[in-house]
Design a protein around this ligand. Structure first.
Ligand code: FE2
Length: 297
């Protein structure tokens, strides 16, 4: 098995890519690509590579690097499959996998498309056997592109049930061989804060033996003007430094995830505004690697 690598998610935003040049080209040992940000949709509905696809392809060809695919738009939990849309998606992904050599493909748990409409964020699923079967069928479709596939534990701002039951639901979704969990530790922290439960308690319910990749990121609290009485929610906004409680969960994950293969830092485009922000991202990559070496040797 390859060594565990620490890498970064590439975002489709020229100024951010420029500022993060050192992190992307020197520090990152792998890149996580969001395939659908590398495509545009033609009038006919065909998906074709866009300018970011060409740019990342040039980088990869000049200095090949481990690549993984992580999307949000395939919508693993949609009960209606929209066969033509999925076939086009898989065909495009297959082509991208040839270019970038994706070692695995993940998407978010939830439904990011319902009734033929795109949703901005994945919605939670009913945590039932029927929903788990839908997710497993979707993962089998992705498996036509790469043998290792999986889902990320998403942040939901409401749950259809108790968030502490999500671990068991994920186990049901991922029960097939080579089905993996992408463990986003900031998402665990955010869900726990918003639900008023202990993040370590929530963390310990998850199928850690299934974790192939860890995501590290930061976020902020919502604007108090949004909700009645000035209430706030922690947002999974990827727009700030990784907070200390997330580093603590990261260490817990490094100790508990025996099948881990990669750690990816996520930072949203347009939230790296100057050299100081870029240094923060570089320091986070170094810290993630240092902790990995300390814990895993
Ligand atoms: Fe994530």
């Amino acid at each position: 098995m390859s060594a565990i690598t620490v890498g970064i998610a590439l975002v489709p935003h020229p100024a951010t890519l420029e500022l993060l040049g050192g992190a992307i080209h020197e520090l990152a040992q792998h890149w996580s690509l969001t395939p659908e940000t590398l495509w545009r949709v033609e009038e006919s509905g065909a998906l074709v590579p866009n300018g970011f696809h060409a740019q990342f392809r040039r980088w990869h060809e000049a200095r090949p690097r481990r690549c993984v695919a992580h999307g949000v738009g395939f919508s693993v939990g949609s009960p209606t499959r929209e066969a033509a849309r999925r076939a086009a998606w898989i065909e495009r992904l297959r082509d991208d996998a040839r270019v970038f050599g994706f070692e695995w493909i993940t998407d978010h748990l939830g439904a990011s498309r319902l009734g033929g409409r795109e949703l901005t964020l994945p919605l939670p699923l009913l945590m039932t056997d029927a929903s788990a079967a839908v997710v497993r069928t979707s993962l089998d479709e992705l498996r036509a592109v790469a043998p290792d596939v999986g889902v990320e534990n998403s942040v939901f701002y409401f749950h259809l049930g108790d968030p502490r039951d999500e671990g068991a639901f994920l186990r049901a979704c991922l029960r097939e061989r080579r089905s993996h969990l992408l463990l986003d530790v900031h998402n665990v922290y955010t869900t726990a804060l918003n639900a008023g439960i202990d993040a370590r308690e929530l963390f310990d319910t998850l199928p850690l033996e299934r974790v192939i990749e860890i995501h590290l990121s930061g976020g902020v609290d919502s604007d108090p003007r949004w909700l009645p009485g000035g209430a706030t929610r922690r947002l999974d906004s990827h727009d700030d430094a990784v907070p200390e409680p997330v580093w603590e969960l990261y260490e817990r994950a490094l100790r508990g995830c025996d099948n881990l293969r990669a750690v990816t830092l996520e930072r949203m485009e347009q939230t790296v505004e100057d050299e100081a922000d870029a240094r923060t991202v570089e320091d986070e990559l170094r810290r993630a690697r240092r902790m990995l070496e300390l814990v895993r040797g």
